[in-house]
Design a protein around this ligand. Structure first.
Ligand SMILES: [Zn+2]
Length: 261
């Protein structure tokens, strides 16, 4: 297997996974979504909430705010020395004490840990009007995307199979495929229809259906084009690496189980 990077701006990445199979490509995709730990607010204590939003709605909104932190310094609560009760090794508190009139943003959250803070400071939480007050303590812990979507490090993680488009003998250069293809896969060279860009092919099969001579063949390759967008807690490279480690760990666990049988 090989990886070829097409586009990488840190938080959005497009790459081709070469010579792989659907089982591995899909495992990797799922691992990036569900098996890479991130920190997110898990419960909120409300000391005062006279805003127009219910406690539950506010807690839900605060839970979805992505938090950047040094993930490796935290323990999972069920593996922590505190036995899940909560301590500085496994959780962080973020506080809010604000009065209206004011729009409360994610950037207003004051964290107990200097390394832990919202990725974006401009996510609106609630608008407070004159005389309204919000005083809360939000507690964040490590978790996985398989538990709740708020722990997912990716907002998008998809792949498609790279197509190999072939124009066979019998092509009459009728140009119908050029007109119908929504991705401009076909072009014209010296009066003949040629494949210009099969990287963009989404295998919609419009060209195959429109060709009266059955001269177009679309084959699946063993290459997978991934598009991954990070929510912001870590860069896509980091997410991809951590996902591979998770797959490795799970495979080793499986191996051990099989050997014991
Ligand atoms: Zn703890």
């Amino acid at each position: 297997m090989k990886i070829e990077i097409v586009k990488d701006d840190g938080f959005y990445m497009e790459f081709i996974l070469k010579d792989a199979n659907p089982a591995f490509a899909n495992s990797w995709r799922r691992a990036m979504k569900s098996h890479v730990a991130t920190l997110a607010v898990d419960y909120v204590d409300f000391y005062m909430n006279s805003s127009y939003l219910y406690d539950e709605i506010l807690a839900h909104r605060i839970g979805l705010i992505p938090l950047s932190t040094n993930i490796d310094k935290f323990n999972f609560q069920d593996e922590c020395v505190c036995n899940g009760e909560g301590c500085p090794n496994c959780q962080v508190s973020l506080r809010l004490n604000v009065e209206g009139p004011k729009v409360v943003y994610s950037g207003d959250l004051i964290s107990d840990d200097p390394e832990t803070k919202p990725v974006f400071e401009n996510i609106p939480i609630v608008e407070l009007y004159e005389g309204q007050q919000l005083m809360i303590e939000a507690v964040a812990r490590l978790g996985f995307g398989k538990e709740h979507a708020k722990f997912q490090p990716v907002s998008m993680c998809v792949y498609r199979i790279l197509a190999n488009v072939v124009i066979q003998d019998g092509c009459t250069n009728c140009r119908k495929c050029i007109e119908i293809c929504p991705k401009n896969v076909f072009g014209e060279k010296n009066g003949r229809v040629v494949v210009d860009d099969d990287f963009s092919c989404t295998m919609c099969m419009d060209c195959v259906n429109v060709c009266e001579e059955n001269a177009i063949r679309i084959e699946e390759t063993s290459d997978y084009v991934f598009s991954v967008e990070s929510v912001g807690q870590m860069q896509v490279r980091e997410i991809a690496k951590r996902a591979l480690l998770a797959i490795k760990e799970k495979s080793q666990e499986m191996n051990k189980l099989l050997e014991e049988l």
